[in-house]
Design a protein around this ligand. Structure first.
Ligand code: ARG
Length: 588
C-alpha cells in the first residue's frame, strides 16, 4: 500500500520524464503553505542546473502535462519554479472513502523484517526511577510503531540481573541474616518456596549494601566474591538470586503495566551467560583479544576516528565479566534465537560510547551478518525546573512510582473539581485520573525529539490545551460524545462526499499524511513526529467542529458525510493513541 504522497510523486515523475527531464526531479511533498496549495514539487529548481534551463521553463513544461490530469483541481507554477498542486474535491472524497473502508485506515505496510527492540533495562532489586521512564515509553512506542508497519518485532526488557548489584544484596542479606539456609554451604535440602525478602526489603538492601561497599573494603571484596560465586553457580546463591528475581520482576511488571508497557521477552543479562564462553572462543580464534595488565581486552579503534576510542575490556584479571561482555554475548543469543535483521537499543545517550564499541566488535567478530543493523536509539534526560536531572525534593533519585502517583493525584484534583465528573463514583474518578496522569507524562516526554533533554512540567503536561496527552484524550472524548448525540438524534454517518470547506479539505489531507509520518518516524526511530501529526489532526478537527454546526445541518447528505469525517478522525486518533499505548477515558 503506497501513500498518497508516493502516488502523486509517481504521477509527477512521469510528467517530468514525458517532458524530457530527469524523472527523479518529480518528488512531491506536502505543502508547507496549506493556504496556497496542498502539495508541491520543487524539482524544477534542482533541475535547472542539470538541464541548463530556467526553472520556470521546466515547471511550465511539466505543468502542461499535469494540468490534463483530472485528479487535480488546479496545478500552477509559482516563481521561481515551484509546482503547486490542489487535488480535486472528488478525488479527496474517493481517498477518504478508501481510508474509511480499510481496517488499517489505508496506512502503509512495509516489507517484513525481524527487529529486536531492547528497552527498559531495569536492574533487579533497584527500584525503577525516572531514568527508566524514557527507555520504557520511547521503546514501547517504537516497538508498536514497527509492528503496526508490518514488522516482526520482539521487545526484550534486558534485565540487569547479573552484575555486582546481585553480589551486593547477597552479601548484605548474609550480613544481617547469616542463619538463612542459602548461606550454609553444607545445606543439601530443598530451599523454601517462599522468598526470604519482600520488595520493600529489597529496595532497602541495595542502597544499604551499595553505601557500605563504598566505605568498607572488606565488605566490597565479599560482594565481589559473592557475584563471582553466583555466576559460577553456587547452589544457595542461585536459589536466593532466583527469589530476588521473582520478587523484583513481579514488582517491575506492575509498574510497566501501569505505563502500558508490555515486553515479549523478560530475558536478562544472566540469560547471556551460556554465550560468554562461545564469545570468548570466537574472539580468541579471530585473534581479536589480547592480555593487558592481566585483563582481556579487544581493540575497536579505527583510523578514521576523530575521537579517542578506548579498547573494550572483555574480562578482568579475576575473571569477572563486564557490561560489554554481556551485551556481546546477548547478540550471539539474539542471532541464534531470532535471526533479526535489526537490533535497536533504546538506552540513554550517555551510553553511546559503550554501544559504539560493542557494535564495532560485534561486526569485527562477525557475531552478526554484514547486513545486520545495530542501532543505539539514544535519548536525553528528563530534567527538573532547575535544568538538572529530575530529583525528589530531598535531592534523591525520583522513583517512577512516586512520579506516576504525583501525576495521578494532580489529575485527580482536576477531575474532582470538574462539572462533568461530579456524578461519578470515587473509583470511576480514580480510573480516569490514572489514564489522564499517565497520558500527561507520556506525551510530555514523547512530544520532544528523543535526543533532546526536556523539563518535567506537570502543570503544562496536564493541561487540556496545548500539545498534551490530555488534550488528545479530551478531543477523542468530545468526538465520541458528538457521535453518540448524533446517534440519539437518529443521524447516522453516511457516504463521504466531496468536501466544500477549506478546513475539511485540510483535515482530510492531514489524515492522508499520517502514513508518510509513520514511515519517517520509523526511519528516524523518533516518535515525536507522530505526536505532532496527532496534534495537527486534533487542532483541525476542533476548528472543523466549531466552524460547522454538524448536527444542526439540514442537508442530510452533507451531515452524514461530516459524521463520517468525524468518525474517521476518531478512528485515526485512537489508532495512533494505541501506538502510544495510551487509553482514553469515557468522560473527562
Ligand atoms: N541496565 C542498564 C542500566 O541500567 C541498561 C541496559 C540497557 N541495555 C543494554 N543492552 N545494555 O544502565
Amino acid at each position: 500500500m503506497s501513500t498518497l504522497k508516493n502516488k502523486l510523486s509517481a504521477i509527477v515523475k512521469e510528467a517530468f520524464a514525458a517532458a524530457g527531464y530527469d524523472k527523479e526531479l518529480g518528488a512531491v511533498t506536502f505543502s508547507d503553505r496549506p493556504d496556497l496549495c496542498q502539495f508541491q514539487c520543487n524539482g524544477a529548481l534542482t533541475g535547472a542546473k542539470i538541464h541548463r534551463k530556467s526553472p520556470m521553463m521546466i515547471a511550465n513544461d511539466v505543468l502542461a502535462i499535469l494540468s490534463s490530469n483530472e485528479i487535480f483541481k488546479s496545478v500552477n507554477v509559482a516563481p521561481p519554479g515551484f509546482i503547486n498542486m490542489i487535488l480535486s474535491d472528488e478525488f479527496i472524497a474517493q481517498k477518504a472513502r478508501e481510508m474509511a473502508e480499510s481496517d488499517r485506515l489505508a496506512l502503509p505496510l512495509m516489507e517484513k523484517e525481524t527487529i529486536v527492540v531492547d528497552y527498559g533495562g531495569p536492574n533487579v532489586a533497584k527500584p525503577l526511577h525516572v531514568g527508566h521512564l524514557r527507555a520504557a515509553i520511547i521503546g514501547e512506542t517504537l516497538k508498536r510503531l514497527a509492528r503496526f508497519l508490518g514488522h516482526n518485532v520482539i521487545g526484550d526488557v534486558h534485565l540487569g540481573d547479573w552484575g555486582l548489584q546481585m553480589g551486593l544484596i547477597i552479601s548484605e542479606l548474609e550480613r544481617i541474616r547469616p542463619e538463612l539456609c542459602y548461606f550454609d554451604e553444607s545445606f543439601t535440602g530443598k530451599y523454601p518456596e517462599e522468598s526470604p525478602v519482600t520488595i520493600d526489603d529489597l529496595s532497602k538492601l541495595y542502597p544499604e549494601a551499595s553505601a557500605r561497599s563504598k566505605t568498607d573494603e572488606e565488605f566490597k571484596a565479599r560482594a565481589m566474591r559473592a557475584t563471582f560465586d553466583l555466576q559460577r553457580g553456587r547452589r544457595g546463591y542461585v536459589a536466593l538470586w532466583k527469589k530476588f528475581l521473582e520478587v523484583s520482576v513481579a514488582d517491575l511488571r506492575r509498574s510497566y503495566a501501569r505505563l502500558g508497557v508490555e515486553f515479549d521477552m523478560w530475558l536478562g543479562e544472566s540469560d547471556a551467560d551460556p554465550y560468554v564462553a562461545p564469545l570468548l572462543k570466537i574472539l580468541e580464534e579471530k585473534k581479536l583479544t589480547y592480555l593487558s595488565d592481566s585483563a582481556l581486552i579487544a581493540d575497536v579503534a579505527e583510523e578514521s576516528d576523530d575521537e579517542p576510542m578506548p579498547p573494550i575490556i572483555i574480562s578482568k584479571s579475576d575473571g569477572s565479566q563486564l557490561y560489554a561482555t554481556t551485551d556481546l554475548a546477548t547478540i550471539i543469543q539474539r542471532m541464534a534465537d531470532f535471526d533479526p535483521s535489526e537490533i535497536w537499543y533504546v538506552v540513554d545517550s550517555r551510553q553511546s560510547m559503550h554501544f559504539k564499541q560493542v557494535f564495532r566488535l560485534a561486526k569485527k567478530a562477525e557475531l552478526v551478518k554484514e547486513a545486520t543493523e545495530l542501532h543505539h536509539v539514544g535519548f536525553g534526560t528528563m530534567n527538573g525546573s532547575d535544568g538538572k536531572p529530575y530529583k525528589t525534593r530531598e535531592g534523591g533519585v525520583m522513583s517512577l512510582s512516586v512520579l506516576i502517583e504525583t501525576a495521578k493525584s494532580a489529575a485527580k484534583e482536576r477531575i474532582d473539581s470538574s462539572e462533568t465528573a461530579k456524578n461519578l463514583s470515587e473509583s470511576e474518578r480514580d480510573a480516569i485520573a490514572e489514564k489522564v496522569g499517565i497520558a500527561a507524562i507520556k506525551f510530555g516526554d514523547l512530544i520532544n525529539h528523543r535526543l533532546r533533554d526536556y523539563i518535567f512540567d506537570l502543570n503544562r503536561f496536564l493541561s487540556t490545551e496545548g500539545k498534551t496527552g490530555p488534550y488528545l484524550q479530551y478531543t477523542v472524548v468530545r468526538i465520541t460524545s458528538l457521535l453518540a448525540k448524533a446517534q440519539e438524534a437518529g443521524a447516522m454517518p453516511g457516504e463521504l462526499i466531496a468536501p466544500e470547506s477549506d478546513t475539511e479539505r485540510e483535515l482530510l489531507i492531514k489524515l492522508f499524511s499520517v502514513g508518510d509520518v509513520l514511515l519517517r518516524a520509523f526511519d528516524d526511530k523518533a516518535p515525536n513526529a507522530v505526536c505532532e501529526v496527532m496534534f495537527d489532526i486534533a487542532g483541525l478537527f476542533n476548528r472543523f467542529y466549531f466552524e460547522n454546526k454538524i448536527l444542526a445541518n439540514e442537508n442530510e447528505k452533507q451531515r452524514a458525510s461530516w459524521l463520517s469525517v468525524v468518525e474517521l478522525v476518531r478512528r485515526m486518533l485512537l489508532l495512533l493513541l494505541d501506538i502510544f499505548s495510551t487509553e482514553v477515558p469515557d468522560i473527562m
